[in-house]
Design a protein around this ligand. Structure first.
Ligand code: XLS
Ligand code: NI
Ligand code: NI
Length: 435
């Protein structure tokens, strides 16, 4: 029986670029074959349970605005109603995946035993719903940043009892993700960082975080969870400074704690911006180290300097992100999770559907532009031309030499390099042909 929440809203269909129907896809046709694969299988869209169903519209200055039938989210009855509505939206969008935090699914009970019991209860309920739904779990994660117990960190807390509570919580969430057939498990450390160095032991906190992540990886193998373990970089917000600052920082951290072959990255557009990078930079950095796992798609307001988690709306940005994803071979266990929320005045159920349709369409447009650039090969050609000198045997030998042998060669052969154009504007013009 339907909850009635989305009454009057039909399943969203692909109608083509000429359509003026605001509730239809104009660019996202899941069955379109691109580079030999269905668009749906390339993009692997996921709905984020937290923004769409758990967030009630608060901002730092105002209370809730949404007043959904499953609010307040303090009972298991409302948790079940929320799940019913979520699966109705998945069906309207025909979306292949969803993602959750434990806290999105059911309220925190204030102690671990009850948290565990209610998590099992609601994920059994969701497992039942998944029997008749095509929507799969892209990833699960633990919310270890909202409840006051986490205010000084989870695995990086000065209190070992908080570390213990965090370990038990993550175990319960990996178990639940495994039970629901999740394809990845994510750790984002919102409180894994510090507010002031005056009260923070950096070395101890980071060692504990490294130990914690090693326990997570060991546990994954112990229970036979085949999904990827992903960490999600973000420089700040809520903590003043977060240890998982950006992709490069995470890669260094994973190497230091011996996790470089076990853990990959979940990269988010808005977090890249907060770190002073572009999304494509973060993706390219991860890909260059074979650590690209999955993406959280959204956009930030470029003026505000906050993590505004808006739905994506910029085709050139999205195109370059997917260009680097495709160049590195595309997603395997990862996908495109809409870590994006409505603006708090967008009250109607229709707004929720329209936001996702728009986001999926923008991603499809960007993806197709990226695929066209890959197929055309212009950027790759220009790269290989630019670095062609390194295929010369003498250049390769040089890397095996030392400063003395190289200096002798520079003197003997009278080496005097001629600067060559980087052709940036020509390449930008090239990209603009596709986006
Ligand atoms: C917050 C993060 C969060 C993670 C999952 O900024 O993006 O939503 O994706 O904990
Ligand atoms: Ni985020
Ligand atoms: Ni995220």
């Amino acid at each position: 029986m339907s909850t009635g929440f989305f009454d009057g809203l039909a399943p969203a269909r692909f109608e083509g670029a000429e359509s003026t129907n605001p509730m239809a896809f104009r660019h996202y046709n899941p069955d379109e074959i691109i580079m030999g694969k269905r668009l749906e299988e390339h993009l692997r869209f996921a709905v984020a349970y937290w923004h769409s169903f758990a967030w009630e519209g608060q901002d730092p200055f105002g209370g809730t605005t949404f007043e959904r039938p499953w609010h307040p989210q303090d009972s298991m009855a409302n948790a079940r109603l929320k799940a019913d509505v979520a699966f109705e939206m998945f069906e309207i969008l025909n979306v292949p995946f969803f993602c959750w935090h434990d806290l999105d699914l059911r309220p925190d009970q204030g102690n671990f035993a009850d948290n565990l019991a209610t998590l099992n209860e609601i994920t059994d309920y969701i497992a039942d719903k998944m029997q008749t739904s095509r929507t799969r779990l892209l990833w699960g994660t633990a919310n270890m940043f909202s409840h006051r117990r986490w205010m000084g960190g989870a695995s990086t807390n000065p209190d070992p009892n908080v570390f213990a509570f965090a370990a038990a919580t993550v175990k319960s969430c990996i178990d639940a993700t495994h039970k629901l057939g999740g394809q990845n498990y994510v750790l984002w450390g919102g409180r894994e960082g510090y507010e002031t160095l005056l009260n923070t032991d950096l070395r101890l906190e980071q060692d504990n975080m490294g130990r914690f992540l090693n326990m997570v990886v060991d546990y994954k193998h112990k229970i036979g969870f085949k999904g990827a373990i992903l960490v999600e970089p973000k420089p700040q917000e809520p903590s003043k400074h977060q240890y998982d600052f950006d992709a490069a920082t995470c890669i260094g951290f994973l190497r230091k704690y011996g996790l470089e072959n076990e853990v990959k990255l979940n990269l988010e557009q808005g977090h890249a911006i907060l770190a002073g990078h572009s999304f494509e930079h973060e993706i390219a950095v991860a890909a260059a180290d074979d650590m690209l796992g999955s993406i959280d798609m959204n956009r930030n307001d470029y003026q505000s300097g906050w993590d505004t988690d808006q739905f994506p709306n910029n085709v050139p940005e999205v195109a370059m992100a997917y260009y680097h994803i495709l160049k590195s071979g595309g997603f395997s266990t990862g996908g495109t999770n809409f870590d994006a929320k409505l603006r708090r005045q967008s009250l109607d159920p229709q707004d929720l559907i329209a936001a996702h349709i728009g986001g999926m369409d923008i991603c499809a447009r960007g993806f197709k532009a990226a695929a066209a650039m890959i197929t055309d090969g212009g950027l790759e050609q220009s790269l290989s031309d630019r670095y062609a000198g390194w295929h010369d045997p003498q250049a390769k030998t040089m890397l095996a030499g030392d400063l003395d042998t190289i200096t002798n060669r520079v003197l003997n052969d009278n080496i005097n390099p001629k600067p060559r154009s980087g052709r940036q504007e020509i390449l930008e013009n090239y990209v603009n042909r596709f986006v």
